[in-house]
Write a new protein. Structure first.
Length: 243
């Protein structure tokens, strides 16, 4: 009887000790568990940010963030708040568009925070991984045109010639004086029966009055004689890439 009680006490004691050990293990590993949860969180934000960077910003800031029409971003000295501010509001009077939804842009605050997160902790491995994924899913052109290619750059012309003052192209400009051109290459072929996509786009630039899009005033002036043949082709090629 007495012997049985002693055994129960011993077992109870052993279980208590085991519990204390387990709790100790838990408290010792918890901080590193929290740490890796935070790292995972930051990584996810960076992956999302890198995705937006490649789709929307790389065309002006370079495929590797090395700079192009816009300054390099890969080693920016800007703090998180300043980054968020510039990306949200853009730089009025420059090609840098405002991206915040409440400024007429396409991103929520959280998306902009993710982009800023990626830019601040620039990571080429994440960037290449995400680029690979996007190309694989057909969401990104595998060979992004280098920002300062030998020939004239269509997107650059599109900004420099002031097309952005009248036309919206998602991620580039936000104006509704003229029709949105975000997917002009898909629309152009249907505008005038018998006129090909490329011919219609050329005509829109050289003789805008030849066909006036319904709902808009014929106020676009002709670019005939204002562009070299190379510039015209670069601009047309750029518009043809918008589908
Ligand atoms: C149509 C071209 C264009 C696009 C698209 C664009 N930018 Fe810019 N960005 C610029 C230009 C040009 C400037 C320089 C403006 C100036 O002169 O202050 C700039 C400036 C910036 C700056 C300030 C850099 C500095 O050192 O002062 C940041 C940050 C920036 N852009 C981030 C972005 C992000 C993020 C995206 C994508 C969401 C983006 N930009 C898309 C053209 C662009
Ligand atoms: C002053 C404002 C303004 C400027 C600047 C301007 N456009 Fe336009 N654009 C319009 C308007 C308005 C229309 C619609 C009326 C029409 O078809 O002529 C239009 C029509 C077009 C169309 C046909 C769109 C469609 O859906 O069929 C294209 C393509 C085009 N513009 C490209 C450009 C390009 C490229 C530039 C710069 C080189 C440019 N525009 C500059 C106002 C402008």
């Amino acid at each position: 009887m007495n012997h049985g009680l002693e055994k129960k006490v011993a077992i109870g004691l052993a279980l208590t000790v085991l519990l204390i050990i387990l709790m100790g293990v838990y408290f010792i590993t918890e901080p590193s568990r929290q740490q890796s949860a935070r790292e995972e969180f930051v990584r996810k934000a960076s992956v999302v940010g890198a995705e937006h960077f490649l789709v929307t910003c790389a065309q002006c800031h370079g495929a590797q963030g090395e700079g192009g029409i816009g300054p390099p971003l890969r080693e920016t000295g800007l703090e998180e708040n300043d980054l968020i501010k510039v990306i949200s509001r853009g730089r009025p009077g420059t090609p840098m568009p405002a991206f915040a939804a409440d400024e007429g842009g396409v991103f929520t605050y959280y998306q902009i925070r993710d982009i800023a997160e990626f830019i601040r902790h620039w990571d080429d491995d994440i960037l290449e991984e995400v680029r690979h994924e996007l190309v694989e899913h057909g969401m990104l052109n595998p060979t992004p045109a280098p920002p300062s290619a030998a020939g004239p750059d269509g997107l650059q012309l599109f900004t420099q010639l002031g097309c952005i003052a009248c036309h919206t192209v998602e991620g580039v400009s936000t104006s509704s004086v003229g029709p949105e051109l975000t997917d002009i290459a898909s629309v152009a072929g249907e505008r005038r029966p018998g006129t090909s996509t490329e011919d219609y786009i050329k005509e829109s630039l050289l003789d805008p009055g030849a066909f006036v899009v319904e709902g808009f005033a014929p106020i676009m002036s002709s670019f005939d004689g204002r562009l070299t043949p190379e510039e015209l082709q670069a601009l047309v090629d750029y518009l043809l890439s918008l589908e």
